[in-house]
Ligand binder design. Structure first.
Ligand code: PLP
Length: 384
């Protein structure tokens, strides 16, 4: 449904509009629950502490995390991925990673490579999916500390075989780190089943929370070096961080309003997810079909009928992505994202490193009428 005259198809960048429950929860966290959690003992601080405790349980339950203490609040998915990768890997370690990662993975790994971590890339097929046979061969080739892969691509929408990669990793004594930025809140994520040892997600995308919050799941046996040290509200006499979770990984005053908003978004998903995910899939299929039918249009990633996250990126043989996105916004009020989507490697794999693409992404609130109007607008721009 159009909001404020905007047909919003940029949910892969951030979900919008946020459910009213998210705004209300954030206001509460700045008002009656506005103290500093786990520090002072007055009622405002206790309310804040209660809020954070309940929020952790809500998000953990939604993602299938059995013990909420294994679910850590961090400032965002990028921060979380840096925390896991830099906390896990040391010079001399070997890591096997997909060749289509977002820069939130690719750049920390490039920084680690510069300090002596060996980074080996797994190839993908024409739809951008990791080739499991090649992955197995690469992991078996030499002692490997970690296999790293996105759960779903922000460019192609391809869903990666994370559970199979986890099996491969475990068979060879490695851990599996997954980037769930585009999966959490759009696909069913059950971390009790998936097999990932570490899973990182944005709070502000499919999980419907505000910007400034993300989550890291660390499986019970897996500890990484914490990226940040500081106050934790307890054990203050020691110069080292507490060893208990989540304290070890959450130094400093937590972003309580953002945590409250995230929990409220996830509570909405808890009620709606089954129907919502189905609806997003249906609408993304309709979008894909409509865009693919426009002469001169190429759709990246899995073809119609194959599974994908609700992301559809396209390139037109005549209209540059930037111009298409600009025309859609300025003339039709359709919000999409053009360019490389912070994932040049994924574009390289698709042969669109030079041009980039226009990405349409579906989320809560997007209707069939919205995507029909967007497709019609694209048709008008491209066929003018
Ligand atoms: N990984 C993927 C696949 C993404 O699409 C994004 C954001 O677009 C990120 C990681 C980083 O998320 P954030 O910008 O919320 O830190």
């Amino acid at each position: 449904m159009a909001h404020d005259g905007i047909i919003y198809l940029d949910h892969a960048a951030t979900s919008w509009p946020k459910p009213p429950e998210v705004l209300d929860a954030m206001a509460r966290a700045l008002g009656p629950a506005g103290g500093n959690p786990h520090r002072s003992a007055h009622r405002l601080a206790l309310e804040a502490a209660r809020l954070v405790l309940e929020a952790r349980s809500t998000v953990a339950a939604f993602l299938g995390v059995r013990d909420p203490r294994d679910l850590l609040f961090v400032p965002g998915c990028t921060f979380g991925l840096n925390m896991v990768l830099k906390g896990l890997l040391a010079p001399g370690d070997r890591v096997v990673v997909s060749s289509v990662e977002h820069n939130a993975v690719a750049r920390p790994l490039a920084a680690l490579a510069a300090s002596g971590v060996e980074v080996v890339q797994m190839p993908v097929d024409e739809a951008g999916r990791v080739d499991l046979d090649a992955a197995e061969e690469l992991v078996a080739e030499a002692p490997t500390r970690a296999v790293v892969c996105q759960h779903a691509s922000n460019v192609t929408g391809a869903i990666q075989p994370v559970a199979d990669l986890a099996d491969i990793a475990h068979e060879h004594g490695a851990v599996l780190v997954a980037d769930g930025a585009q999966a959490a809140g759009h696909l069913k994520v059950d971390l009790a089943e998936l097999g990932a040892d570490a899973y990182v997600a944005s709070g502000h995308k499919g999980l419907l929370g505000p910007q400034g919050i993300g989550v890291v799941y660390l499986s019970p046996g897996l500890e990484v070096r914490e990226l940040v040290q500081g106050g934790s509200g307890g054990d203050s006499g020691a110069l080292s961080m507490p060893v208990v979770r989540p304290d070890r990984y959450e130094a400093g005053t937590p972003p309580v309003p953002a945590i409250a908003g995230l929990a409220a978004g996830v509570a909405v998903l808890g009620r709606e997810a089954d129907e919502l995910f189905e609806q997003e899939q249906r609408i993304a299929r309709r979008l894909l079909e409509g865009l693919a039918a426009i002469p001169g249009m190429r759709v990246l990633g899995p073809v119609l009928g194959e599974e994908r996250a609700p992301v559809v990126s396209v390139v037109h043989e005549e209209v540059e992505p930037d111009r298409l996105a600009y025309e859609l916004d300025s003339r039709y009020g359709v919000a999409v994202r053009a360019g490389l989507h912070c994932a040049p490697a994924a574009h390289a794999a698709m042969g669109t490193a030079e041009t980039g693409a226009v990405r349409f992404s579906v989320g809560r609130g997007v209707t069939e009428a919205d995507v029909d109007a967007a497709v019609e607008a694209v048709r008008e721009v491209c066929l003018a």
